[in-house]
Structure formats: C-alpha cells, structure tokens
Design a binder for this molecule. Structure first.
Ligand SMILES: [Zn+2]
Length: 234
C-alpha cells in the first residue's frame, strides 16, 4: 500500500514537474551546469538583521532575491521535490569552500569578520522538523541538505538533535512569537559534543529564532562553537 502510494506520488510529481532545469528548461536535470553557475551568492552591502546570539556566526550562502535560487528552495520545501536537495547542497558546499579559503587567507587566530575556524572533530547537525511535519512532508529538507553537504567534506553528520514538541509553523508568527514558539523545542541525544564545533544546517533563516534555540540546546550539551549555515535569508 505504502509502496504504491509513493509510486503514485512520484507519478503525480513527474506530471507536475517534469525533470528539466528550473533555470532554462533544458531537459534531464533540475539545474544545468550553466544555470548553477548563475546562482547568486550572498554578500555585497546587504545587511541581514538576524538575532542569533547563541551562534558564533551565521553563514548565509545565497541571495533570496535571486529568482532561480528562491524558486529552487520553494520547490524543494513546499512542492516536495527532494531531488533538489543535491544541487542546493552543492551550492552550499561551494559557498562553504569559499569561506574556508577566506578563513585561511585571514589570520585564523584573529577571527576576523570573514574568517571561520573549523577544527578537526567538527560535526554537522541539521535542524530537525517535528515528527508530525516530517511525516506530512515526507522528508526533512535540512537533513537532506546536511547529508549532501557532508558528502563534500570530511565532517561527520549527526541526527541527534530532535524536536521534542510540535510547535506551530513559524511562518505565521511575528518575531516575538517566533522566539516564544521555539523555546524548549529541541533536545539533543547524539555523539558527545563537549568542546566540539557544530555546523548547524537549515534551509532558510527568517528571524534566526529557530537556529538560535537549536544552538542553545547544543551549547548546553557542551558544544564549544556553533555556526549556522543556511541557503538564504527568507
Ligand atoms: Zn539551465
């Protein structure tokens, strides 16, 4: 029953979204190499007002004003196109590689604004969904991103962070409500984090409340540094 349901889902998705590049429409893949090179990285003079005191730094890879990137993220998240996780994670990995190069160019001891320090033993952790939401969507988009991202580097991946309470979706809430809504939402039961650096991955950040709360939970379990890494500021 379940198998035929998932086959039906794949069939319907295929009708709605035939496999073609979301940028130029050429057939055979979700994002062709030409269009993937056109995806816009964040940066420039944009200021992202995120309140994430529990994070050492938040890294925002892309620009949500880039229509192609925004379209990919929306289809990934809301249209259940799990296959978009791979090209999106590749984009994240390309951005992260750039940050690593920058960090080596900068004085690592000084932690200059653009620099990051990723010691051995760093660990990648995706922001979890509640069980209920994950069942509804069929997958956790942050987990797919984190898994595909991890494949590009040597960091281990942990799925030890869990939602312990089902909360209202953040999208309908204002900033103060978001903070209240995620309070106490997470628990961690995974590899020992004592003294380790965590790269916390989510698809988008809006106010940063979810990432911040997740980071608080990880710090309480001994994480020395927590970096947030997202595709874009939504
Ligand atoms: Zn294309």
């Amino acid at each position: 029953m379940l198998k035929s349901l998932s086959r039906l889902k794949a069939f319907v998705l295929d009708l709605l979204f035939p496999l073609e590049c979301l940028g130029c429409g050429c057939e055979g893949c979700w994002l062709c190499p030409d269009c993937s090179r056109r995806l816009k990285f964040s940066g420039g003079e944009k200021i992202y007002n995120l309140k994430t005191p529990a994070l050492d730094k938040i890294f925002i890879a892309g620009d949500y004003d880039d229509a192609l990137l925004a379209d990919m993220i929306k289809k990934f998240k809301y249209h259940f196109l799990a296959a978009l996780g791979k090209p999106l994670a590749d984009f994240l990995a390309l951005y992260w590689s750039g940050q690593l190069v920058l960090s080596r160019l900068n004085n690592p001891a000084a932690m200059a604004d653009n620099s990051i320090i990723i010691p051995d033993g760093s660990i990648i952790i995706p922001v979890p969904l509640s069980k209920k939401r994950e069942r509804w969507r069929g997958f956790n988009q942050a987990e797919i991103l984190a898994r595909e991202f991890a494949a590009n580097f040597s960091y281990p991946l942990s799925n030890g962070l869990k939602r312990i309470k089902h909360r209202r979706a953040q999208a309908s809430l204002n900033e103060a409500e978001r903070l209240e809504n995620v309070k106490g939402a997470f628990a961690y039961a995974g590899d020992n984090l004592t003294g380790r650096t965590v790269i916390l991955i989510d698809d988008v950040a809006t106010t940063g409340a979810t990432l911040n709360e997740a980071a608080l939970t990880l710090r309480a379990r001994g994480a020395a540094k927590v970096y947030g890494l997202v595709l874009a500021k939504g």
